[in-house]
Design a protein around this ligand. Sequence first.
Ligand code: SAM
Ligand code: SF4
Length: 313
Amino acid sequence: MFKYLRVSVTDRCNYRCVYCMPEDGICKEAHDSIMRYEEMLPVIRAAVETGVEQVRVTGGEPLVRAGIVDFVGELAKISGLKDLTLTTNGALLDRFAEPLKNAGLKRVNISVDSLDPENFIRITRNGNLSDVLRGIDAAIAAGLGPVKINTVLIPKINDHEILAFADFAVKKGLSVRFIERMPFNADPAGEPTAFISEETVLATIKTRYQLEPYEEPSFGPAHNYRIPGSEGRIGFISSRTAPFCHLCQRLRLTSGGYLLPCLDSQYGVNIRGMNSEEVKAVIARLFSEKASWRKNRACFAATFDNSLSKIGG
Ligand code: SAM
Ligand code: SF4
């Protein structure tokens, strides 16, 4: 059964990253169509009863949703849940890192696409790099490690920063994971979604650092390397050049109440109003259907008619 559930608590975000959202934002869910936490919790408990062991809270930006710390606290109480993590753009993490740790959060992934303040604004359209750097330090200080940085590279925008990110991994003793940019509806129509491949990044980093491959203990699609002589790590999520649909064990719960077995939302099932037994039956059905079609699929070949901020990245 599914081992891993991503829960998108909101489709709202305080940033407008160029590869994730159009400039004027996405078409937001109406307030009353966003699931209340009290609706989400029984669904997540039911998922854990079917075999989910890891939950990642995401969005949109999870830290802009009111009540997020108490929600994480409720998730931490679910027996059978082995890992509880959160993905954030880090803008508000300085304030939230310690309360989240105290509520039972284990680790955070923080998305950072530039280490240059001007370029950071260009990519996020309204972000402030120093807030995020403070957020990273706060996460490390609060014990939310090992901290992973997620970085999406875009040709001619931030691909000149690859070595700066490798230096950052070494300096801070953390892991930087390069995510190959995927095609979503933020992209201009008719143009292929340009991305930087794992191969290019590896070749660039090897001009400065030796890289040693290693396996992470938990299942995941990342290709991982350590930088000898430091705590720095480099990882790759290579959905374009090494699609991992055949390995995928992910289930998603969107803020609008859909369970998705895939980034492709046509497979989603609206579970609002269902009781736990009905939710479990949906999860079992989605898992068996997915097992039958995922072997041959390359989800990342097509442009998704959605945004990761809505689906839950
Ligand atoms: N707002 C939070 C953040 O940025 O970390 C959580 C949600 S965001 C949708 C989750 C992850 O999805 C981020 O690491 C972001 O870089 C990634 N993402 C968004 N759009 C993407 C795309 N087109 N291709 C690859 N990754 C993408
Ligand atoms: Fe917001 Fe995250 Fe999307 Fe950037 S990647 S716009 S921070 S949801």
